[in-house]
Each structure stands twice: as structure tokens, then as C-alpha cells.
Write a protein that binds this ligand. Structure first.
Ligand SMILES: [Zn+2]
Ligand SMILES: [Zn+2]
Length: 184
């Protein structure tokens, strides 16, 4: 049988350092050798004890300094955690507000598109009825106010005579796009 493969203890120690956290109170081995003690929740031994192939031990009771250091670390992390959570909640609320606004504006735009369609239909219908022979020339375009619209003169059928459009076409001879492109 081939020998059982064992993981390299130095590599394991590096993984504990990379993924774990620095202990505010070192184990006995790290304390006596003045090493930084990293611990991972997935390993019962610290990085330096794994590296030295030994087991962690905590013989002496923690000092007040160690306990205070732990409390300081713990409270700092808790403050940061709560603040990050509040930021996330606020960002979510802002996103929901922006989404609601976008939906409202989309509804307004849809309403205006329909209204534009109705106005256009009324306008073209009015134009058709003005062009019909039984209508008199002096019917104002906008009904109730009786005020003469600046465009009402422009909509006079005489202005839109065939010769008018022919003169425009003569001044602006249209050329096919591919013809003008090949000429350059
Ligand atoms: Zn240690
Ligand atoms: Zn240790």
C-alpha cells in the first residue's frame, strides 16, 4: 500500500494565517517564543503550533490586559458590523425609492404618449375637415377660445397648394444617399 499522504504543516499554518484572525491573547507557545498567534475557527491549534507540530495550551489565566484587549477588539468589530448593516439598509431603501420613481415616471410618460396620440388624431381630423370643400375658410383651428393660432394661417389650403410643394421640391432636389456617397 502507498503511504498515506499528509498535508504539509507549514502550508496549513499559512492557510490559518491567511483565513484566521490574530489572537489578542497568545497561546503559551506563542507567548514564550514571542510569535504572533493566529487562530482559525476550523483549527483547534494556532498557526505557530501547527507549524511546530504541537498542541496549543493556555496554562496561565488571562490577565486584565488581555481581557480588556479582547473587549476592545470585540466592541470595535460589533460597531463596524452594525454600521455596515445600517448602510446596507439605507442603500436598499434608496434603491427602492429610485425604482418607485422610475415606475411612476414610466406611467406618466405612457399617459403623455397616449395624450400625444389623441392630440395628433384631433389635429389631423381638423386638417382633413378644413380641406373638405363644404367648410368655410375662416374656421379657427383651436375652437373654444376663438383666438387665432399662429399656425392657422399656415394651415390655409391655399398655402398648401400643389405649386407651393413643387417650388420646395425644385429648390431642394433630393439625391439618393448611395449616389452622393460614391461621388465623394
Ligand atoms: Zn499560538
Ligand atoms: Zn498555539
Amino acid at each position: 500500500m502507498p503511504p498515506k499522504r499528509r498535508p504539509n504543516h507549514i502550508s496549513l499554518a499559512m492557510v490559518i494565517i491567511a483565513t484566521g484572525f490574530e489572537m489578542s491573547s497568545s497561546c503559551d507557545f506563542c507567548a514564550s517564543n514571542k510569535r504572533t498567534c493566529y487562530l482559525s475557527e476550523h483549527s483547534k491549534n494556532c498557526s505557530e503550533c501547527v507549524r511546530a507540530k504541537r498542541s496549543c495550551s493556555f496554562s496561565s489565566p488571562p490577565t486584565d490586559r488581555e481581557l480588556n484587549s479582547f473587549l476592545r477588539d470585540f466592541n470595535k468589530i460589533e460597531r463596524e458590523r452594525k454600521s455596515a448593516l445600517e448602510e446596507a439598509v439605507e442603500a436598499q431603501a434608496r434603491a427602492a425609492q429610485a425604482q418607485a420613481k422610475a415606475i411612476r415616471l414610466e406611467r406618466q410618460a405612457e399617459f403623455l404618449r397616449k395624450r400625444g396620440g389623441l392630440l395628433l388624431r384631433r389635429g389631423t381630423e381638423a386638417l382633413e375637415s378644413e380641406n373638405s370643400p363644404e367648410q368655410s375658410e375662416s374656421v379657427p383651428l383651436v375652437g373654444e377660445s376663438g383666438a387665432t393660432s399662429p399656425s392657422s394661417g399656415f394651415l390655409n389650403p391655399e398655402v398648401f397648394s400643389t405649386s407651393f410643394w413643387e417650388s420646395i421640391a425644385a429648390e431642394n432636389p433630393s439625391t439618393p444617399p448611395e449616389h452622393s456617397a460614391s461621388a465623394q
